[in-house]
Design a protein around this ligand. Structure first.
Ligand code: CA
Length: 350
């Protein structure tokens, strides 16, 4: 990626090509900075904290239920090893796809643990003590969000992610078709619906668009070019030609934050890549992940500065965050301090 040309960015801002509207705050796995990820409690809290969208990662149970879960296995966020000790595969993992939904819903959900070290991934978050937390289905979570939308008068959207579709296909599972059917049934069936569908695998997004014919907004997730899976093709996606290709089947990108901003320790501020500006110029949304107050990139002084750099420096129009309240507060401050056109009172007409 080339460094962004300052004049190009200035021109984009002056012509209003960058998001004039407030960037959207996407609660990453719910308000996962405060409650165990992907639980109904985390979704309800994200709604209360002012998120514009709430994210749901999706896997499938043995009996074809779409379950809100980040990993294809249950090891790191549930007590599956205690409840079903004999159900691991040969590799030691307990896969959600090996369980029926009535079994999955008996599991307790806990804060994320690194199974290799046995330590909590985020030590200052919700305690590990047994709590009331359970897995939920996508349908249950949609019902909760729509119920809260009605009782609060807000219109919070959903942001489902199809996890590992090619792995699921080998297991005989088709998440994309099931997701589109559920979205149709629950009212997310028009291009303007309050939903984004996201996936790391380009082939799945193309299948949704061209084979399954969805008109819903699609987001191509992009990991770091230096990431562990070179076959994923992120490096090619990050080039101008790659972005043009994405624009042919998707409506936006969800890049790793490091693809947009990096080198936070520099006295002159972080390095800003040309990615967001190039994508916005193609009409693509740019929603990077993940803004975490308790795991800032090295050298970043605060969550607020990170958000300001992202929104003012790169022109992103949304962001994934574990702490939606902090993002909402910073963005609100930024919007209030933006210069507004002077409107003179009109003389009363007689
Ligand atoms: Ca996700």
């Amino acid at each position: 990626m080339r460094p962004i040309a300052p004049l190009f960015l200035a021109a984009l801002i002056l012509t209003g090509s960058l998001a004039a509207a407030s960037p959207v705050v996407i609660a990453h796995r719910g308000a996962s900075g405060y409650l165990p990820e992907h639980t109904l409690e985390a979704a309800a809290h994200a709604h209360a904290l002012g998120a514009d969208f709430i994210e749901q990662d999706l896997v499938m149970s043995r009996d074809n239920v779409l379950v809100v879960l980040h990993d294809i296995h249950l090891d790191s966020t549930t007590n599956v090893a205690r409840i079903f000790p004999a159900r691991a595969r040969a590799d030691g993992h307990f896969y959600a796809v090996d369980f029926a939904w009535h079994e999955l819903k008996t599991l307790s959900v806990n804060e994320r643990i690194d199974r290799q070290t046995g330590h909590r991934v985020y030590p200052d978050r919700y305690p590990l003590q047994p709590g009331p937390f359970r897995l939920c289905t996508l349908e249950e979570q949609i019902g909760l969000i729509q119920g809260l939308n009605q009782s609060t008068g807000r219109n919070v959207g959903i942001y489902p992610e199809i996890k590992a579709p090619s792995w699921h296909a080998k297991e005989g599972k088709d998440l994309g078709t099931a997701l589109l059917a559920l979205l149709e049934r629950t009212g997310y069936n028009a291009p303007a619906a309050r939903v984004f569908v996201q996936c790391f695998e380009a082939a799945e997004l193309k299948r949704l668009r061209f084979e399954l014919g969805t008109k819903l907004p699609l987001i191509q997730l992009i990991g770091l070019a230096s990431g562990k899976d070179p076959a994923a093709g992120y490096k090619a996606m990050l080039t101008p030609a790659g972005l043009a290709e994405i624009a042919s089947y998707a409506d936006g990108i969800g890049p790793h934050l490091g693809n947009v901003l990096s080198d936070f320790g520099r006295p002159e501020g972080p390095r800003i890549s040309s990615l967001a500006a190039e994508a916005r110029a193609l009409g693509l949304h740019v929603h990077p992940y993940t803004f975490r107050a308790d795991k800032l990139p090295a050298g970043a002084p605060s969550m607020a500065s990170l958000i300001r750099w992202g929104v003012e420096g790169t022109g992103i129009d949304g962001l994934f965050t574990d702490h939606p309240d902090l993002a909402v507060a910073t963005i609100r401050e930024m919007m209030l301090s933006r210069p507004r056109p002077l409107v003179l009172p009109q003389a009363p007409t007689r």
